[in-house]
Design a protein around this ligand. Structure first.
Ligand code: APR
Ligand code: PHB
Length: 389
């Protein structure tokens, strides 16, 4: 098999890139280990920056997003005493859209056949070869038959556990990681949201987040110690904890109901450099992970994909290699800014086990500063809607 660009992974990054390349007339094949149902079964965050909305619109794949997405003009920080509203629309002139990120994947998946995007699902033993040459390849087995996909470029969109970044020689690699001492317990329920905008809360009992998927489906989180087991958290226990941590005003508007899904996920900040080595480019979670505070994961993948599509289009359609050679530097510049924002909002809104009175005093002072400073609120707002690409 031969193509111009071999894409490993059919998550949001791989599918978005595949569609963008096809739209430019660049031949590509997506090689995916799982089956579609498995991918669509993964519960993801639900806030889209303009970059993600813009790419879906550019592809003409935003019909459902426009019909079902909730445009949000602000969000809230709760400090146990008050609700600090960050008026994103007035401070930045932009908004975010609440729309399940899994829905983005579904929209991209559903459009693949009509757009001629070839996705090979159920590919086992995927391995990358000759990435330092101009003739790299991806080998895999499918239905028991061995295959080799020759390409000019490989783009690793295979998430945190995929093989792509591991194909880069360790001598060329720099890794940065912070593992957080808590996880997020998330609950999904078909009940109306307690507030029309998101609420991130820092309460003495811990962090909570009130989010939503629609006017009738809510998504909530509380942070829990990493030792916690989801089977020890009944729905009632989760609802009780949310009511305390979100504060009395929000609690009065919480509608309880049976969980559709509930799970505990760990939090990590991680960056892998470089995001290009030879003929291999990395996009999305294959190169970086952010804690979900601020919902940057998918949106960072979208900006990586935007840069990668630009670079590969310049190479194949304008015989220019400059953007390919500059891809890693350009993508990492935005990655690090999003990593900083996600880390700083996590640090501000969570009680860390090792924090003492001074660290708590710093949180109180920062929240008080944000509550009283337009400059501070503007800084948060411009990061929340997404820095320019
Ligand atoms: N071979 C082929 N495919 C693989 C392999 C492999 N060895 N390993 C992983 N994959 C596939 C996974 O099955 C998955 O479908 O790569 C895909 C990676 O998708 P994601 O993990 O969703 O990563 P990405 O596309 O970068 O998504 C970025 O989207 O919703 C957010 O929080 C999410 O931060 C994440 C972001
Ligand atoms: C979600 O709706 O799942 C969500 C929203 C905002 C976040 C994280 C998750 O920061």
């Amino acid at each position: 098999m031969k193509t111009q660009v071999a894409i490993v992974g059919a998550g949001p990054a791989g599918l978005l890139l595949g569609h963008l390349l096809k739209a430019e007339g660049i031949d590509c094949v997506v090689v995916e280990r799982q089956q579609p149902d498995y991918i669509l079964g993964r519960i993801r965050a639900g806030v889209l920056e303009q970059i993600t909305v813009g790419l879906m619109s550019r592809l003409g794949l935003d019909a459902r997003l426009k019909a079902e997405g909730l445009v949000e003009e602000g969000f809230n920080l709760a400090d146990g005493e008050r609700l600090i509203r960050i008026d994103v629309a007035n401070l930045t002139g932009k908004t975010v859209v609440v729309y399940g990120q899994t829905e983005i994947t579904k929209d991209l998946m559903d459009a693949a056949p009509s757009r001629g995007l070839q996705i090979i699902y159920g590919a086992d033993d995927v391995a990358l070869h000759d990435i330092e040459s101009d003739t790299p390849s991806v080998s895999f087995t499918h239905d028991g038959t061995a295959h080799r996909l020759d390409a000019r470029f490989i783009v690793g969109c295979d998430g945190f556990h995929g093989p792509s970044r591991k194909a880069i020689p360790q001598s060329a690699v720099r890794e940065y990681e912070r593992v957080y001492p808590f996880g997020w317990l998330g609950i999904l329920a078909d009940v109306p949201p307690c507030n029309h905008e998101l609420i991130y809360a820092n309460h003495e009992r811990g962090f909570a987040l009130a989010s939503m998927r629609s006017h009738t489906r809510s998504r909530y989180y509380v942070d829990v110690p990493l030792t916690e087991k989801i089977e020890d958290w009944s729905d009632d226990r989760i609802w009780d904890e949310l009511a305390v941590r979100l504060g009395p005003e929000a609690a009065a508007n919480i509608t309880r109901g049976p969980s559709i899904e509930k799970s505990i996920a760990p939090l990590r900040s991680y960056v892998f450099e470089p995001m290009r080595h030879g003929s291999l480019l990395l996009c999305g979670d294959s190169a970086h992970i952010v804690p979900p505070t601020g919902a940057k994961g998918l949106n960072l993948a979208a900006s990586d994909v935007h840069y990668a599509a630009e670079a590969l289009t310049a190479y194949f359609k304008h015989a220019s290699n400059d953007a390919v050679e500059g891809y890693s530097t350009k993508a990492l510049a935005r990655v690090w800014k999003s990593e900083r924002f996600s880390w700083s909002l996590t640090k501000l809104m969570h009680r860390f086990p090792d924090d003492g009175p001074f660290e708590r005093a710093m949180q109180v002072a920062e929240l008080d500063y944000i509550a009283t400073s337009t400059a501070a609120q503007t800084s948060i707002a411009e990061n929340y809607v997404g820095l320019p690409v």
